[in-house]
Design a protein around this ligand. Structure first.
Ligand code: SF4
Length: 578
Protein backbone atom coordinates (compact mmCIF):
# COMPACT_ATOMS: atom_id res chain seq x y z
CA UNK A 1 0.00 0.00 0.00
CA UNK A 2 2.71 2.45 -0.95
CA UNK A 3 1.01 4.15 -3.88
CA UNK A 4 -2.11 6.05 -4.85
CA UNK A 5 -3.71 5.95 -8.28
CA UNK A 6 -5.62 8.92 -9.62
CA UNK A 7 -8.01 8.57 -12.51
CA UNK A 8 -9.11 11.83 -14.09
CA UNK A 9 -12.38 10.73 -15.68
CA UNK A 10 -12.82 14.14 -17.32
CA UNK A 11 -9.44 14.40 -19.05
CA UNK A 12 -9.43 15.50 -22.68
CA UNK A 13 -9.22 12.49 -24.96
CA UNK A 14 -10.52 10.08 -22.28
CA UNK A 15 -9.71 9.06 -18.72
CA UNK A 16 -6.11 9.69 -17.66
CA UNK A 17 -4.38 7.48 -15.11
CA UNK A 18 -1.47 8.59 -12.93
CA UNK A 19 0.24 6.93 -10.01
CA UNK A 20 2.05 8.65 -7.16
CA UNK A 21 3.66 7.60 -3.86
CA UNK A 22 1.32 7.45 -0.85
CA UNK A 23 3.40 10.33 0.58
CA UNK A 24 1.73 12.06 3.52
CA UNK A 25 -0.94 9.31 3.61
CA UNK A 26 1.57 6.45 4.05
CA UNK A 27 0.77 4.43 7.17
CA UNK A 28 -2.82 5.64 7.19
CA UNK A 29 -5.86 3.83 5.88
CA UNK A 30 -9.63 3.75 5.61
CA UNK A 31 -11.45 6.79 6.92
CA UNK A 32 -8.22 8.65 7.83
CA UNK A 33 -7.12 8.40 4.20
CA UNK A 34 -10.45 9.27 2.62
CA UNK A 35 -11.32 12.15 4.96
CA UNK A 36 -7.86 13.74 4.90
CA UNK A 37 -7.74 13.60 1.10
CA UNK A 38 -11.30 14.91 0.65
CA UNK A 39 -10.76 17.65 3.21
CA UNK A 40 -7.57 18.76 1.50
CA UNK A 41 -8.45 18.33 -2.16
CA UNK A 42 -12.21 18.79 -2.62
CA UNK A 43 -13.63 22.31 -2.78
CA UNK A 44 -16.16 22.32 0.08
CA UNK A 45 -18.64 24.39 -1.91
CA UNK A 46 -18.51 22.19 -5.02
CA UNK A 47 -21.58 20.45 -6.36
CA UNK A 48 -21.27 16.85 -5.10
CA UNK A 49 -22.17 15.48 -8.54
CA UNK A 50 -19.86 17.85 -10.41
CA UNK A 51 -16.32 17.56 -11.73
CA UNK A 52 -14.78 19.12 -8.60
CA UNK A 53 -15.90 16.35 -6.26
CA UNK A 54 -13.65 13.32 -5.85
CA UNK A 55 -14.44 9.75 -4.87
CA UNK A 56 -11.67 8.30 -2.71
CA UNK A 57 -11.56 4.53 -2.15
CA UNK A 58 -9.21 3.28 0.57
CA UNK A 59 -8.54 -0.05 2.29
CA UNK A 60 -7.74 0.01 6.01
CA UNK A 61 -4.35 0.11 7.72
CA UNK A 62 -4.32 -3.66 8.26
CA UNK A 63 -6.34 -4.68 5.17
CA UNK A 64 -4.65 -7.24 2.96
CA UNK A 65 -2.76 -8.75 5.89
CA UNK A 66 -3.50 -12.02 7.68
CA UNK A 67 -5.07 -10.07 10.56
CA UNK A 68 -8.61 -11.03 11.52
CA UNK A 69 -11.51 -8.65 10.83
CA UNK A 70 -9.39 -6.26 8.72
CA UNK A 71 -11.51 -6.15 5.55
CA UNK A 72 -13.47 -2.90 5.72
CA UNK A 73 -13.23 -0.59 2.72
CA UNK A 74 -13.80 3.15 3.11
CA UNK A 75 -15.24 5.40 0.42
CA UNK A 76 -15.12 9.17 0.87
CA UNK A 77 -16.39 12.26 -0.97
CA UNK A 78 -18.61 15.28 -0.49
CA UNK A 79 -22.04 13.72 0.02
CA UNK A 80 -24.84 14.62 -2.39
CA UNK A 81 -27.35 13.63 0.30
CA UNK A 82 -26.00 15.68 3.21
CA UNK A 83 -23.67 18.24 1.62
CA UNK A 84 -21.13 17.29 4.31
CA UNK A 85 -17.98 15.26 4.02
CA UNK A 86 -18.81 11.57 3.83
CA UNK A 87 -17.09 8.35 4.76
CA UNK A 88 -19.08 5.20 4.12
CA UNK A 89 -17.56 1.78 4.68
CA UNK A 90 -18.40 -1.80 3.85
CA UNK A 91 -17.13 -5.33 4.22
CA UNK A 92 -16.79 -7.79 1.38
CA UNK A 93 -13.56 -8.73 -0.32
CA UNK A 94 -12.63 -5.42 -1.98
CA UNK A 95 -10.44 -3.95 0.79
CA UNK A 96 -8.33 -7.09 1.17
CA UNK A 97 -7.77 -7.42 -2.55
CA UNK A 98 -7.05 -3.73 -3.22
CA UNK A 99 -4.56 -3.63 -0.33
CA UNK A 100 -2.77 -6.74 -1.58
CA UNK A 101 -2.44 -5.22 -5.05
CA UNK A 102 -0.64 -2.39 -3.26
CA UNK A 103 -2.86 0.69 -3.45
CA UNK A 104 -3.46 2.95 -0.45
CA UNK A 105 -6.19 4.69 -2.42
CA UNK A 106 -7.95 5.03 -5.74
CA UNK A 107 -9.03 8.62 -6.41
CA UNK A 108 -11.68 9.19 -9.07
CA UNK A 109 -11.78 12.83 -10.13
CA UNK A 110 -13.22 14.97 -12.93
CA UNK A 111 -16.34 14.12 -14.88
CA UNK A 112 -16.52 12.76 -18.41
CA UNK A 113 -18.58 14.39 -21.12
CA UNK A 114 -20.87 12.25 -23.22
CA UNK A 115 -22.82 9.11 -22.39
CA UNK A 116 -20.14 6.44 -22.29
CA UNK A 117 -20.04 4.20 -19.25
CA UNK A 118 -16.71 2.91 -17.92
CA UNK A 119 -15.26 0.02 -15.96
CA UNK A 120 -11.90 0.07 -14.21
CA UNK A 121 -9.65 -2.98 -13.96
CA UNK A 122 -6.95 -3.00 -11.27
CA UNK A 123 -4.35 -5.76 -11.06
CA UNK A 124 -0.64 -6.27 -10.36
CA UNK A 125 0.26 -4.88 -13.78
CA UNK A 126 -1.53 -1.57 -13.21
CA UNK A 127 -4.86 0.12 -13.88
CA UNK A 128 -6.97 0.17 -17.05
CA UNK A 129 -10.13 2.14 -17.79
CA UNK A 130 -12.39 0.81 -20.54
CA UNK A 131 -15.68 1.90 -22.08
CA UNK A 132 -18.38 -0.75 -21.66
CA UNK A 133 -21.81 0.50 -22.65
CA UNK A 134 -23.21 -3.04 -22.49
CA UNK A 135 -23.40 -2.56 -18.72
CA UNK A 136 -25.81 0.39 -18.88
CA UNK A 137 -28.64 0.30 -16.33
CA UNK A 138 -27.84 -3.25 -15.26
CA UNK A 139 -28.63 -3.77 -11.59
CA UNK A 140 -26.03 -5.23 -9.28
CA UNK A 141 -26.92 -8.94 -9.40
CA UNK A 142 -27.15 -9.25 -13.23
CA UNK A 143 -24.18 -6.89 -13.56
CA UNK A 144 -21.93 -9.07 -11.41
CA UNK A 145 -23.17 -12.20 -13.22
CA UNK A 146 -22.13 -10.63 -16.53
CA UNK A 147 -18.75 -9.45 -15.23
CA UNK A 148 -18.02 -12.88 -13.74
CA UNK A 149 -18.41 -14.31 -17.22
CA UNK A 150 -15.51 -12.13 -18.32
CA UNK A 151 -13.28 -11.74 -15.23
CA UNK A 152 -14.11 -14.91 -13.31
CA UNK A 153 -14.54 -15.71 -9.64
CA UNK A 154 -11.08 -15.01 -8.24
CA UNK A 155 -11.52 -11.24 -8.14
CA UNK A 156 -13.51 -8.72 -6.09
CA UNK A 157 -16.05 -6.39 -7.65
CA UNK A 158 -17.28 -2.94 -6.70
CA UNK A 159 -20.29 -1.64 -8.56
CA UNK A 160 -23.32 0.61 -8.76
CA UNK A 161 -26.80 -0.43 -9.80
CA UNK A 162 -29.36 1.60 -11.71
CA UNK A 163 -29.82 3.95 -8.72
CA UNK A 164 -26.21 5.11 -8.90
CA UNK A 165 -26.39 5.62 -12.66
CA UNK A 166 -29.53 7.71 -12.16
CA UNK A 167 -27.67 9.78 -9.53
CA UNK A 168 -30.24 9.08 -6.83
CA UNK A 169 -29.16 10.46 -3.46
CA UNK A 170 -29.81 7.15 -1.68
CA UNK A 171 -27.48 5.23 -4.03
CA UNK A 172 -24.83 2.91 -2.61
CA UNK A 173 -21.65 1.25 -3.86
CA UNK A 174 -21.76 -2.56 -3.66
CA UNK A 175 -18.80 -4.79 -2.80
CA UNK A 176 -18.97 -8.51 -3.44
CA UNK A 177 -18.72 -11.03 -0.60
CA UNK A 178 -16.62 -14.23 -0.75
CA UNK A 179 -19.38 -15.90 -2.84
CA UNK A 180 -19.31 -12.99 -5.33
CA UNK A 181 -22.69 -11.64 -4.29
CA UNK A 182 -23.09 -7.85 -4.33
CA UNK A 183 -24.35 -7.75 -0.75
CA UNK A 184 -21.95 -5.51 1.16
CA UNK A 185 -22.67 -1.85 0.59
CA UNK A 186 -21.04 1.49 1.29
CA UNK A 187 -24.60 2.56 1.84
CA UNK A 188 -24.88 5.94 3.40
CA UNK A 189 -24.78 9.42 1.94
CA UNK A 190 -25.31 8.74 -1.76
CA UNK A 191 -21.74 7.66 -2.54
CA UNK A 192 -23.13 5.54 -5.40
CA UNK A 193 -24.42 8.70 -7.08
CA UNK A 194 -20.92 10.21 -6.95
CA UNK A 195 -19.52 7.07 -8.63
CA UNK A 196 -22.37 7.34 -11.15
CA UNK A 197 -21.55 11.00 -11.82
CA UNK A 198 -18.02 9.88 -12.79
CA UNK A 199 -19.68 7.34 -15.15
CA UNK A 200 -17.88 4.47 -13.46
CA UNK A 201 -20.11 1.40 -13.37
CA UNK A 202 -17.74 -1.18 -11.92
CA UNK A 203 -14.26 -1.66 -10.53
CA UNK A 204 -12.69 -5.08 -10.95
CA UNK A 205 -9.96 -5.83 -8.41
CA UNK A 206 -7.70 -8.76 -9.28
CA UNK A 207 -4.90 -9.73 -6.87
CA UNK A 208 -3.61 -12.73 -8.85
CA UNK A 209 0.13 -12.96 -8.26
CA UNK A 210 0.02 -10.71 -5.18
CA UNK A 211 0.84 -11.83 -1.64
CA UNK A 212 -0.56 -10.94 1.76
CA UNK A 213 0.90 -7.69 3.04
CA UNK A 214 3.84 -8.51 5.29
CA UNK A 215 4.17 -7.12 8.83
CA UNK A 216 7.47 -5.60 9.96
CA UNK A 217 7.55 -8.18 12.78
CA UNK A 218 5.70 -11.32 11.62
CA UNK A 219 6.07 -13.25 14.91
CA UNK A 220 4.71 -10.45 17.04
CA UNK A 221 1.93 -9.87 14.54
CA UNK A 222 0.90 -13.51 14.59
CA UNK A 223 0.95 -13.59 18.38
CA UNK A 224 -1.07 -10.36 18.73
CA UNK A 225 -3.58 -11.56 16.14
CA UNK A 226 -4.05 -14.81 18.08
CA UNK A 227 -4.77 -12.89 21.31
CA UNK A 228 -7.09 -10.53 19.43
CA UNK A 229 -9.10 -13.47 18.04
CA UNK A 230 -9.25 -15.11 21.48
CA UNK A 231 -10.66 -11.87 22.88
CA UNK A 232 -13.34 -11.67 20.18
CA UNK A 233 -14.33 -15.30 20.75
CA UNK A 234 -14.70 -14.96 24.50
CA UNK A 235 -16.82 -11.77 24.58
CA UNK A 236 -20.57 -12.58 24.77
CA UNK A 237 -21.54 -10.13 21.99
CA UNK A 238 -18.79 -10.95 19.47
CA UNK A 239 -18.42 -14.60 20.48
CA UNK A 240 -22.07 -15.60 20.93
CA UNK A 241 -24.83 -13.08 20.14
CA UNK A 242 -23.60 -11.81 16.75
CA UNK A 243 -22.51 -15.20 15.34
CA UNK A 244 -25.79 -16.89 16.35
CA UNK A 245 -28.34 -14.22 15.47
CA UNK A 246 -26.52 -11.47 13.60
CA UNK A 247 -27.10 -7.80 14.33
CA UNK A 248 -30.84 -8.51 14.33
CA UNK A 249 -30.36 -9.89 17.85
CA UNK A 250 -31.09 -6.23 18.70
CA UNK A 251 -34.77 -6.25 17.68
CA UNK A 252 -35.98 -7.79 20.94
CA UNK A 253 -33.46 -5.79 22.96
CA UNK A 254 -34.44 -2.39 21.52
CA UNK A 255 -38.14 -3.20 21.61
CA UNK A 256 -37.86 -4.17 25.26
CA UNK A 257 -35.97 -0.93 25.97
CA UNK A 258 -38.75 1.09 24.30
CA UNK A 259 -36.26 2.54 21.81
CA UNK A 260 -37.54 0.75 18.66
CA UNK A 261 -39.03 3.49 16.46
CA UNK A 262 -42.26 2.30 14.93
CA UNK A 263 -44.71 3.79 12.39
CA UNK A 264 -42.23 6.47 11.34
CA UNK A 265 -41.02 7.25 14.86
CA UNK A 266 -44.44 7.42 16.54
CA UNK A 267 -44.00 4.78 19.27
CA UNK A 268 -41.05 3.01 20.84
CA UNK A 269 -42.42 -0.52 20.73
CA UNK A 270 -43.83 -2.69 17.94
CA UNK A 271 -46.41 -5.41 18.55
CA UNK A 272 -44.98 -7.48 15.68
CA UNK A 273 -41.37 -7.34 16.83
CA UNK A 274 -41.13 -11.02 17.84
CA UNK A 275 -41.85 -12.03 14.24
CA UNK A 276 -38.96 -9.85 13.06
CA UNK A 277 -36.45 -10.81 15.73
CA UNK A 278 -32.98 -12.20 15.12
CA UNK A 279 -34.01 -15.37 16.91
CA UNK A 280 -36.97 -15.90 14.50
CA UNK A 281 -34.81 -14.95 11.53
CA UNK A 282 -32.02 -17.41 12.41
CA UNK A 283 -34.53 -20.24 12.91
CA UNK A 284 -36.12 -19.55 9.52
CA UNK A 285 -32.77 -19.29 7.74
CA UNK A 286 -31.60 -22.64 9.09
CA UNK A 287 -34.96 -24.32 8.41
CA UNK A 288 -34.86 -23.21 4.76
CA UNK A 289 -31.31 -24.42 4.16
CA UNK A 290 -29.61 -21.03 4.45
CA UNK A 291 -27.27 -20.12 7.26
CA UNK A 292 -27.41 -17.81 10.25
CA UNK A 293 -23.62 -17.50 10.54
CA UNK A 294 -21.47 -16.17 7.70
CA UNK A 295 -18.49 -13.87 7.23
CA UNK A 296 -18.77 -11.01 4.74
CA UNK A 297 -15.05 -11.29 4.03
CA UNK A 298 -12.40 -13.94 4.53
CA UNK A 299 -10.76 -13.45 7.91
CA UNK A 300 -13.92 -12.44 9.75
CA UNK A 301 -14.17 -14.47 12.96
CA UNK A 302 -17.36 -12.87 14.33
CA UNK A 303 -19.46 -13.85 11.29
CA UNK A 304 -22.55 -11.73 11.98
CA UNK A 305 -24.03 -12.32 8.53
CA UNK A 306 -26.04 -15.17 7.02
CA UNK A 307 -27.94 -16.39 3.98
CA UNK A 308 -31.71 -15.92 3.70
CA UNK A 309 -33.50 -18.36 1.40
CA UNK A 310 -37.06 -18.08 0.13
CA UNK A 311 -39.87 -20.51 0.95
CA UNK A 312 -38.61 -22.91 -1.73
CA UNK A 313 -35.09 -22.94 -0.34
CA UNK A 314 -33.60 -20.73 -3.06
CA UNK A 315 -31.22 -17.89 -2.25
CA UNK A 316 -33.14 -14.64 -1.78
CA UNK A 317 -30.67 -12.28 -0.10
CA UNK A 318 -27.99 -12.12 2.54
CA UNK A 319 -29.21 -12.03 6.13
CA UNK A 320 -30.80 -8.59 6.49
CA UNK A 321 -29.11 -6.51 9.20
CA UNK A 322 -30.96 -5.22 12.26
CA UNK A 323 -31.18 -1.71 10.82
CA UNK A 324 -32.63 -3.08 7.57
CA UNK A 325 -35.19 -5.26 9.36
CA UNK A 326 -36.19 -2.24 11.43
CA UNK A 327 -36.30 0.18 8.46
CA UNK A 328 -38.39 -2.02 6.18
CA UNK A 329 -40.14 -3.80 9.08
CA UNK A 330 -41.24 -2.12 12.29
CA UNK A 331 -40.70 1.42 11.05
CA UNK A 332 -43.25 0.71 8.31
CA UNK A 333 -45.55 -1.40 10.51
CA UNK A 334 -44.57 -4.54 8.56
CA UNK A 335 -44.05 -7.70 10.63
CA UNK A 336 -43.10 -10.13 7.87
CA UNK A 337 -39.47 -11.25 7.39
CA UNK A 338 -40.05 -12.45 3.82
CA UNK A 339 -41.21 -8.97 2.81
CA UNK A 340 -38.21 -7.42 4.54
CA UNK A 341 -35.90 -9.87 2.76
CA UNK A 342 -37.42 -9.04 -0.65
CA UNK A 343 -36.97 -5.34 0.02
CA UNK A 344 -33.38 -5.97 1.16
CA UNK A 345 -32.69 -7.80 -2.11
CA UNK A 346 -34.18 -4.91 -4.09
CA UNK A 347 -32.01 -2.41 -2.20
CA UNK A 348 -28.88 -4.44 -2.93
CA UNK A 349 -29.85 -5.03 -6.53
CA UNK A 350 -30.78 -1.44 -7.43
CA UNK A 351 -27.87 -0.24 -5.27
CA UNK A 352 -29.57 1.69 -2.45
CA UNK A 353 -29.04 2.36 1.25
CA UNK A 354 -31.48 0.15 3.16
CA UNK A 355 -31.78 2.59 6.08
CA UNK A 356 -32.54 5.54 3.82
CA UNK A 357 -35.08 3.55 1.79
CA UNK A 358 -36.91 2.11 4.81
CA UNK A 359 -37.13 5.55 6.40
CA UNK A 360 -38.34 6.96 3.06
CA UNK A 361 -41.12 4.40 2.75
CA UNK A 362 -42.12 5.21 6.34
CA UNK A 363 -42.38 8.89 5.39
CA UNK A 364 -44.33 7.96 2.23
CA UNK A 365 -46.73 5.99 4.43
CA UNK A 366 -47.15 9.03 6.67
CA UNK A 367 -47.92 11.03 3.54
CA UNK A 368 -50.71 8.58 2.71
CA UNK A 369 -49.17 7.09 -0.45
CA UNK A 370 -49.79 3.67 1.08
CA UNK A 371 -50.96 2.47 4.51
CA UNK A 372 -48.59 1.46 7.31
CA UNK A 373 -48.24 -2.32 7.19
CA UNK A 374 -48.94 -2.54 3.43
CA UNK A 375 -46.38 -5.17 2.38
CA UNK A 376 -47.18 -5.25 -1.33
CA UNK A 377 -47.44 -1.46 -1.38
CA UNK A 378 -43.89 -1.14 0.00
CA UNK A 379 -42.61 -3.48 -2.71
CA UNK A 380 -44.50 -1.47 -5.36
CA UNK A 381 -42.85 1.74 -4.18
CA UNK A 382 -39.42 0.11 -4.38
CA UNK A 383 -40.22 -1.09 -7.91
CA UNK A 384 -40.86 2.53 -8.87
CA UNK A 385 -37.33 3.33 -7.71
CA UNK A 386 -35.90 0.45 -9.72
CA UNK A 387 -37.73 1.61 -12.85
CA UNK A 388 -36.62 5.21 -12.38
CA UNK A 389 -40.13 6.64 -12.70
CA UNK A 390 -40.61 10.24 -11.50
CA UNK A 391 -42.09 8.95 -8.21
CA UNK A 392 -39.25 6.44 -7.93
CA UNK A 393 -36.65 9.17 -8.39
CA UNK A 394 -38.23 11.20 -5.58
CA UNK A 395 -38.23 8.19 -3.25
CA UNK A 396 -34.71 7.20 -4.26
CA UNK A 397 -33.48 10.60 -3.16
CA UNK A 398 -34.35 9.77 0.43
CA UNK A 399 -36.59 10.58 3.36
CA UNK A 400 -35.85 14.32 3.48
CA UNK A 401 -36.74 14.99 -0.15
CA UNK A 402 -39.77 12.68 -0.01
CA UNK A 403 -41.00 14.51 3.08
CA UNK A 404 -40.65 17.86 1.33
CA UNK A 405 -42.34 16.72 -1.88
CA UNK A 406 -45.33 15.29 -0.01
CA UNK A 407 -45.57 17.92 2.75
CA UNK A 408 -44.77 15.63 5.68
CA UNK A 409 -44.02 17.62 8.83
CA UNK A 410 -42.18 15.04 10.91
CA UNK A 411 -39.29 13.66 8.91
CA UNK A 412 -36.56 11.78 10.82
CA UNK A 413 -33.35 13.17 9.27
CA UNK A 414 -30.28 15.03 10.46
CA UNK A 415 -28.41 16.96 7.78
CA UNK A 416 -30.89 15.31 5.39
CA UNK A 417 -29.72 11.76 6.21
CA UNK A 418 -32.27 9.33 7.68
CA UNK A 419 -32.11 8.54 11.39
CA UNK A 420 -31.54 4.80 11.93
CA UNK A 421 -33.13 2.20 14.15
CA UNK A 422 -32.71 3.68 17.63
CA UNK A 423 -35.04 6.42 18.91
CA UNK A 424 -33.06 9.30 20.45
CA UNK A 425 -35.75 10.18 23.01
CA UNK A 426 -35.45 7.11 25.26
CA UNK A 427 -31.76 6.73 24.28
CA UNK A 428 -30.31 10.21 24.70
CA UNK A 429 -26.71 9.19 23.98
CA UNK A 430 -27.41 8.07 20.42
CA UNK A 431 -29.27 11.36 19.88
CA UNK A 432 -26.08 13.25 20.74
CA UNK A 433 -24.27 11.25 18.07
CA UNK A 434 -27.01 11.75 15.46
CA UNK A 435 -27.02 15.50 16.04
CA UNK A 436 -23.30 16.14 16.10
CA UNK A 437 -21.54 13.60 13.91
CA UNK A 438 -19.84 14.98 10.82
CA UNK A 439 -21.77 12.50 8.68
CA UNK A 440 -25.47 13.30 9.13
CA UNK A 441 -27.56 10.94 11.28
CA UNK A 442 -25.42 7.83 11.67
CA UNK A 443 -25.55 5.30 14.50
CA UNK A 444 -22.15 3.82 13.66
CA UNK A 445 -20.37 7.18 14.10
CA UNK A 446 -20.61 6.89 17.90
CA UNK A 447 -22.61 3.83 18.88
CA UNK A 448 -23.93 4.94 22.28
CA UNK A 449 -26.31 1.96 22.25
CA UNK A 450 -23.33 -0.10 23.46
CA UNK A 451 -23.17 1.70 26.80
CA UNK A 452 -26.74 3.08 27.06
CA UNK A 453 -28.49 -0.23 26.36
CA UNK A 454 -26.04 -3.14 26.12
CA UNK A 455 -23.92 -1.97 29.09
CA UNK A 456 -20.72 -2.55 27.18
CA UNK A 457 -17.84 -0.26 28.18
CA UNK A 458 -19.73 0.97 31.25
CA UNK A 459 -23.30 1.94 32.06
CA UNK A 460 -24.82 5.33 31.23
CA UNK A 461 -28.57 5.64 31.90
CA UNK A 462 -30.20 6.10 28.46
CA UNK A 463 -33.08 8.19 29.82
CA UNK A 464 -30.91 10.80 31.52
CA UNK A 465 -28.77 13.53 30.02
CA UNK A 466 -25.83 13.03 32.39
CA UNK A 467 -22.75 11.44 30.85
CA UNK A 468 -24.08 11.40 27.27
CA UNK A 469 -21.78 14.10 25.87
CA UNK A 470 -18.65 12.37 27.16
CA UNK A 471 -19.95 9.01 25.96
CA UNK A 472 -20.68 10.22 22.43
CA UNK A 473 -17.43 12.21 22.25
CA UNK A 474 -15.29 9.22 23.28
CA UNK A 475 -17.14 6.88 20.94
CA UNK A 476 -16.91 9.26 17.99
CA UNK A 477 -13.15 9.59 18.51
CA UNK A 478 -12.66 5.82 18.89
CA UNK A 479 -14.84 5.09 15.86
CA UNK A 480 -12.94 7.48 13.61
CA UNK A 481 -9.76 5.59 14.56
CA UNK A 482 -11.26 2.09 14.14
CA UNK A 483 -12.71 3.10 10.77
CA UNK A 484 -9.14 3.93 9.75
CA UNK A 485 -7.69 0.55 10.71
CA UNK A 486 -9.96 -1.37 8.32
CA UNK A 487 -11.30 -3.34 11.26
CA UNK A 488 -15.01 -4.12 11.40
CA UNK A 489 -16.59 -1.82 13.98
CA UNK A 490 -18.07 -4.81 15.79
CA UNK A 491 -14.68 -5.45 17.37
CA UNK A 492 -15.55 -2.43 19.56
CA UNK A 493 -17.68 -4.56 21.91
CA UNK A 494 -14.67 -6.67 22.86
CA UNK A 495 -12.05 -3.92 22.96
CA UNK A 496 -14.28 -1.65 25.09
CA UNK A 497 -14.81 -4.35 27.71
CA UNK A 498 -11.51 -6.22 27.63
CA UNK A 499 -8.30 -4.17 28.00
CA UNK A 500 -6.18 -7.11 26.84
CA UNK A 501 -8.10 -7.27 23.54
CA UNK A 502 -7.57 -3.54 22.97
CA UNK A 503 -3.88 -4.08 23.73
CA UNK A 504 -3.79 -6.94 21.22
CA UNK A 505 -5.14 -4.57 18.55
CA UNK A 506 -2.45 -2.01 19.40
CA UNK A 507 0.16 -4.77 19.28
CA UNK A 508 -1.06 -5.79 15.83
CA UNK A 509 -0.73 -2.23 14.52
CA UNK A 510 2.72 -1.82 16.08
CA UNK A 511 3.99 -5.19 14.88
CA UNK A 512 2.72 -4.43 11.39
CA UNK A 513 4.16 -0.93 11.05
CA UNK A 514 7.10 -1.10 13.48
CA UNK A 515 5.56 1.74 15.49
CA UNK A 516 4.95 2.34 19.19
CA UNK A 517 1.36 3.46 19.05
CA UNK A 518 -0.35 3.76 22.45
CA UNK A 519 -3.99 4.24 23.45
CA UNK A 520 -3.31 7.99 23.45
CA UNK A 521 -2.02 7.71 19.89
CA UNK A 522 -5.28 6.05 18.82
CA UNK A 523 -7.21 8.93 20.41
CA UNK A 524 -5.02 11.44 18.56
CA UNK A 525 -5.68 9.65 15.26
CA UNK A 526 -9.43 9.78 15.88
CA UNK A 527 -9.28 13.48 16.74
CA UNK A 528 -7.21 14.25 13.65
CA UNK A 529 -9.81 12.59 11.43
CA UNK A 530 -12.77 14.29 13.12
CA UNK A 531 -11.04 17.69 13.04
CA UNK A 532 -10.42 17.40 9.29
CA UNK A 533 -14.05 16.40 8.73
CA UNK A 534 -15.43 19.22 10.88
CA UNK A 535 -13.18 21.71 9.16
CA UNK A 536 -14.52 20.58 5.77
CA UNK A 537 -18.12 20.88 6.97
CA UNK A 538 -17.49 24.36 8.36
CA UNK A 539 -16.06 25.49 5.03
CA UNK A 540 -19.06 23.86 3.31
CA UNK A 541 -21.33 26.19 5.29
CA UNK A 542 -22.37 24.04 8.26
CA UNK A 543 -22.56 25.58 11.73
CA UNK A 544 -23.62 24.50 15.23
CA UNK A 545 -27.27 25.17 14.35
CA UNK A 546 -27.05 22.19 12.00
CA UNK A 547 -26.03 19.95 14.92
CA UNK A 548 -29.61 19.51 16.11
CA UNK A 549 -32.34 16.90 15.84
CA UNK A 550 -35.63 17.69 14.06
CA UNK A 551 -37.91 19.66 16.38
CA UNK A 552 -40.46 16.90 16.90
CA UNK A 553 -37.94 14.92 18.93
CA UNK A 554 -37.89 17.85 21.39
CA UNK A 555 -41.67 18.36 21.47
CA UNK A 556 -43.36 14.96 20.97
CA UNK A 557 -42.84 12.44 23.79
CA UNK A 558 -42.65 8.82 22.75
CA UNK A 559 -44.15 5.82 24.53
CA UNK A 560 -43.50 3.78 26.62
CA UNK A 561 -41.20 6.20 28.45
CA UNK A 562 -43.09 9.36 27.42
CA UNK A 563 -39.80 11.12 27.00
CA UNK A 564 -38.50 13.83 24.67
CA UNK A 565 -34.92 14.50 23.62
CA UNK A 566 -33.64 16.68 26.43
CA UNK A 567 -30.03 17.50 25.62
CA UNK A 568 -29.48 21.26 25.60
CA UNK A 569 -27.93 23.09 22.67
CA UNK A 570 -24.97 24.01 24.90
CA UNK A 571 -24.38 20.35 25.70
CA UNK A 572 -24.49 19.40 22.01
CA UNK A 573 -22.08 22.22 21.18
CA UNK A 574 -19.57 20.89 23.70
CA UNK A 575 -19.12 17.45 22.11
CA UNK A 576 -16.01 18.45 20.19
CA UNK A 577 -14.43 20.52 22.98
CA UNK A 578 -11.26 18.62 23.64
S1 SF4 B 1 -18.74 -9.17 11.89
FE1 SF4 B 1 -20.27 -9.01 10.29
S2 SF4 B 1 -19.99 -6.99 9.29
FE2 SF4 B 1 -18.16 -7.45 10.55
S3 SF4 B 1 -16.73 -8.36 9.08
FE3 SF4 B 1 -17.85 -10.06 10.04
S4 SF4 B 1 -19.64 -10.47 8.74
FE4 SF4 B 1 -18.77 -8.49 8.14
Amino acid sequence: MDKIVRIDMGAKGGPKISTEPAGEYAGLGGRATTSLIVSKEVHPLCHPLGAENKLVIAPGMLSGSTGAMSGRLSVGCKSPLTGTIKESNAGGQAAQVLARIGYAAIILEGKPEGDDLYKIIVNKDGVKVEVDNSLKLLDNYPLIEKLRGQYGDKVAYMSIGSAGERLLLGASIACTDPELRPTRHCGRGGVGAVMGSKKVKAIILDDAGCKHRAPKDPDKYRDANRKFVEGLRKHPVTGEGLPAYGTNVLTNVLNEAGGYPTYNFKTGRFAGSAKLSGEAQAELEIKRGGTATHGCHRGCVIQCSGVYNDKDGHYLTKQPEYETVWAHGGNCGIDDLDTVARLDFMDDNFGLDTIEMGATIGVAMDAGLIEFGDKEGAIRLMEEVGKGTPLGRVLGCGAGITGKVFGVEKVPVVKNQAIPAYDPRPIQGIGVTYATTTQGADHTAGYAIATNILKVGGDVDPLKTEGQVELSRNLQIATAAIDSTGMCLFIAFAIMDQPETFQALLDMLNAFYGTELTGDGVVELGKTVLSAERDFNKRAGFSKEDDRLPRFFYTDPIEPHNQVFSMSDEELDSVFNW
